[in-house]
Design a protein around this ligand. Structure first.
Ligand code: AGP
Length: 608
């Protein structure tokens, strides 16, 4: 995700901004910029690529003299990584500059209104609407203009605003995107997280949602959403920079597991307007969808497993046959693909060599391609006819978590949206399923909150050298990803198996040395899976079951049970996978593994 920093005091601002942005690099970004007030003029410098390019462009900040400024590292969501799309964004009259982390969900309507009011847009970003709104509302009182602007914004934001008319002041505001104020002596700071501040001050204030602040070198005034000044607690940070990068978590993987409610919400919310799914980015016509003979999903690793889970939703709702193919296999299989095939290409990085090759092969055979990727402007995004981005923010840990769950979120939206366009779902069912999708971020948070016992379970199961993950139907698709998580970070051999298939040979391996993780979250096959639990118990296996809160029957069958909230099975994968991610994480921790960088693995496999 993006990073923002700001400074007002007696020192030159630019070097402090550049240093702060450098400490935010770990968050992942594709462009950066700073804006500094100099003699009531705003000087802006912004570049694509690394902070080093910005240091070079500004001669380490010397070409941007001034003691008040804001800075930004951009992780592209709306608009490719270019100098123009980089922040800070300037108002048409040059009096204001803004940096932003988050997503302004109603930016299209605001953009239209502002253009109709004569404002000119430079970039394709959602952020630019903020700076033009401030200009539109400004009549000499910057605080009022900021407040009126905030009242128009929907979505998430951590904002920094400077005004050439008020050369010492910075305004900041927070809604669902972290924002911290740093308290200095004769100087004050703001940033997205403490890593950008901790070398200057360890005394910080965490803004809460709906709050905004006016910062000068001598004072910090904080206001609630009604504009009333409020007092906030001053915290003393004793983290080092390393810990701060992980937001206080021990590993990026755990931080990213905990970010999933926000990441899934950021992926879903901008695509639901007036209780309808709006996939503006893909204009797949009804005629085209009607003419599709089949959908092929291709990907690698966890992205492939997301496709295995998404297949159920698409087939059930759209009544279109879906094949899920490993990209490394598809590319050499002389596939039966033609112009009546829709190819869904799933990739977090957008740079996986096998997936790119399979995509090119299918394009060559006439398939239309829709990519589901997390990195804006990546190779797969640029190759695709249509792109649906997962707005998960940068994923640092090699083992994907929020990348996988946001891919599922996009697949669910696509399935429901296409089913409606094809008239294969009635209004009532559409509304009910859309409600389920909207509650998924909350359900994920619930699972995280309701399972403090997972570290204890990890202590019980971590010594095994092998384990099975079993399930049926949608549960089997989740077992695939659960087993991969366990393998890739704890190095325990884990095999996912269709529960109904065990009796055809593999059950010969089941004994007291092979714990079985049984996924029982699909009512339509629940009884069958529970009889599989009895089968493996009879052969001595210890069983850890994952099931719905109300399925108390299973308590007498399994040795351990992880409960999750009841969720529509078509969409349950995004919730059911959470305990498996946490189990793998804590087992790996017990085994002393290098969780964020597992041996032999790369975050993006860009070679065949
Ligand atoms: C998942 O935890 C692994 N890191 C790996 O399987 C990954 O999902 C796979 O390499 C595909 O990567 P992509 O999503 O970036 O294409």
């Amino acid at each position: 995700m993006c990073g923002i920093v700001g400074y007002t005091g007696a020192q030159q601002a630019a070097p402090i901004l550049l240093e702060g942005l450098t400490n935010l690099e770990y968050r992942g970004y594709d462009s950066a910029g700073i804006a500094v007030i100099n003699n009531k003029q705003i000087l802006v410098s912004k570049v694509t690529g690394r902070i080093a390019n910005l240091c070079e462009r500004t001669n380490d900040g010397k070409s941007c003299p001034g003691t008040v400024g804001i800075g930004h590292t951009r992780w592209a969501t709306h608009g490719a990584p270019t100098d123009t799309n980089a922040h800070p964004h300037m108002s048409n009259n040059g009096k204001f500059a803004v940096v932003h982390n988050g997503i302004i969900e109603n930016y299209m309507n605001l953009r239209e209104e502002l253009i109709n009011n004569g404002y000119h847009f430079e970039s394709q970003t959602d952020t630019e609407v903020v700076v033009h709104l401030i200009e539109m509302y400004y009549n000499g009182d910057i605080k009022k203009a900021v407040k009126r602007t905030l009242a128009r914004l929907e979505g998430s934001y951590a904002l920094g605003v400077i005004c050439a008319d008020e050369p010492e002041k910075i305004y900041v505001a927070r809604e669902a995107s972290p924002l911290i104020l740093g308290i200095g002596i004769g100087e004050n700071f703001f940033a997205s997280d403490v890593t950008a501040l901790v070398q200057y001050t360890r005394n910080v204030i965490y803004l809460d949602d709906g709050e905004f602040a006016e910062i000068t070198p001598e004072s910090i005034k904080i206001f609630d959403c009604a504009g009333q000044q409020i007092k906030k607690k001053i915290n003393h940070i004793n983290w080092d920079i390393q810990a701060a990068e992980k937001g206080g978590y021990e590993h990026f993987m755990l931080k990213e597991i905990m970010e999933q409610p926000r990441a899934v919400k950021a992926t879903i919310s901008p695509r639901i307007k007036d209780n309808e799914i709006v996939l503006d980015e893909t204009d797949l016509s009804v005629d085209y969808l009607k003419n599709i003979k089949k959908i092929v999903i291709t990907a690698c690793g966890s992205a492939y497993y997301a496709g295995c889970a998404g297949k159920h939703a698409i087939e059930k709702l759209c009544k279109i046959p879906v094949q899920v193919e490993l990209a490394s296999e598809l590319r050499y299989s002389d596939p039966l693909i033609d112009e009546r095939t829709l190819l869904l290409v799933i990739s977090q990085s957008g740079e996986t060599a096998d997936t790119i090759a399979a995509m090119k092969e299918c394009k060559r055979r006439g398939a239309k391609t829709l990519a589901i990727v997390n990195v804006v402007g990546s190779t797969i995004a640029n190759l695709a006819d249509h792109v649906l981005y997962t707005w998960a923010g940068p994923e640092i840990a090699v083992a994907t978590t929020k990348g996988y769950t946001t891919q599922l979120a996009v697949l669910y939206l696509f399935a429901l949206h296409a089913a409606k366009k094809l008239n294969r779902i009635d209004e009532q069912r559409y509304d009910n399923l859309l409600k389920v999708i909207k509650t998924l971020p909350k359900r994920i948070q619930e699972v995280i909150d309701m399972n403090p016992s997972i570290p204890k379970l990890a202590k019980k199961y971590h010594k095994h050298s092998s384990m099975f993950f079993i399930g049926r139907n949608t549960d089997y698709a989740i077992a695939l990803e659960g087993a991969l998580k366990m393998k890739e970070i704890s190095y325990i051999h884990a095999e996912s198996y269709a529960a109904g298939e065990l009796k055809h040979g593999t059950i010969a391996l089941i004994d007291e040395h092979q714990p079985v993780i049984a996924l029982c979250c699909n009512d339509s096959v629940m009884e069958k899976t529970m009889s599989n639990i009895v089968e493996v118990k009879a052969r001595g296996a210890e069983v850890l079951a994952v099931t719905f809160r109300n399925n108390q029957k299973i308590v007498s069958l399994a040795d351990d049970v992880i409960f999750i909230p009841q969720v529509e099975p078509l969409f349950s994968a995004v919730v059911e996978i959470i305990p498996l991610q946490l189990l793998a994480y804590y087992v790996a921790k017990e085994n002393g593994c290098d969780i964020d960088k597992p041996k032999n693995l790369a975050k993006s496999v860009t070679v065949e």
